[in-house]
Write a protein that binds this ligand. Sequence first.
Ligand SMILES: [Ca+2]
Ligand SMILES: [Ca+2]
Length: 315
Amino acid sequence: MAGVAMKNLAYLLIVASMTTGCAKFKSLEQLDTASIAQPPQTTAVYIQGYKPQAGQVLVNFFVSNFSVVVHNSQLEYSTARDGLYDGLKVQLIPNYGFSVLTPESTTVGFADLVLYDLGIDLNQQSQLYCPPNDMLSTSNDAIIYNDSRLSGSPAEFLGLRDCEKSYLGLNPAMPDFDGDGIPDYLELRCGLNPADPNDAKVSASGDGVSNLEKCKDHIPVGESYQANQLYAYQYTKLANPDGSDDFSVTNIPVLNGGQDNFLVFYMLEQNLTTKAESIYTAYATLKSGYAGQTLKFNYWATSPANFYNQEVNVP
Ligand SMILES: [Ca+2]
Ligand SMILES: [Ca+2]
């Protein structure tokens, strides 16, 4: 409430200075601006030459900076890039045993995000078992990479393994079980239900902006759009003469000047005949000083060898 009062005060001062001349601007400088939301540092991406696979159409395109979580209209850093920001993971240590460094910190084959969502605490975690054959992602919706920030560069898995999908009552072969246009793993990250086909189009916060829109824009579905407008991604699709499309996504907030911020790209398509959905994925690790820059690259999924988990080179 103090923050809201401060914002109102700042607004009143601006209005006062506009109506009485410039003399009042001094008082703005004296104001404690700590509680006034400042525009974040941002980056942008530009993807050239997108074409869906033969016989398929685009359902949705998502970009997400996995290093950043918006919570209570603030940007929070997520070292593990797993949807749980560091401050939350620290709070959860006593009950869940989580580490802020990795996405699967306590239970082999099960993400901290899944354990937290299901309320599986330290007492129950030992009862979970992921068979070796179910450690993979049959639906190819996972990002798997070596984390060079940690000693030994361990392989990290950001997505839902087959055993997790089974445990959640989903189908390991499907990237979007309920067919609402949001991939299963992104639904969990966005606070939605991957088994509820109706939650994408409604507005959890009641502000009229759909949960799908907020999930795409990387702002919390339970908070008002207005309160997080500064942080909302802006998507633009541009048609090329050759029939392909370019995608521009701007206003992607970054923290730490962009260093080690981890961008993930999901292209969800549907087969026109069978109606089955497929997903095509890529990721990029930004470098220091990337704030303010645009990452430009050609669409990655141009042959089966490049469909999934493609690392985009950051110049
Ligand atoms: Ca879904
Ligand atoms: Ca859903």
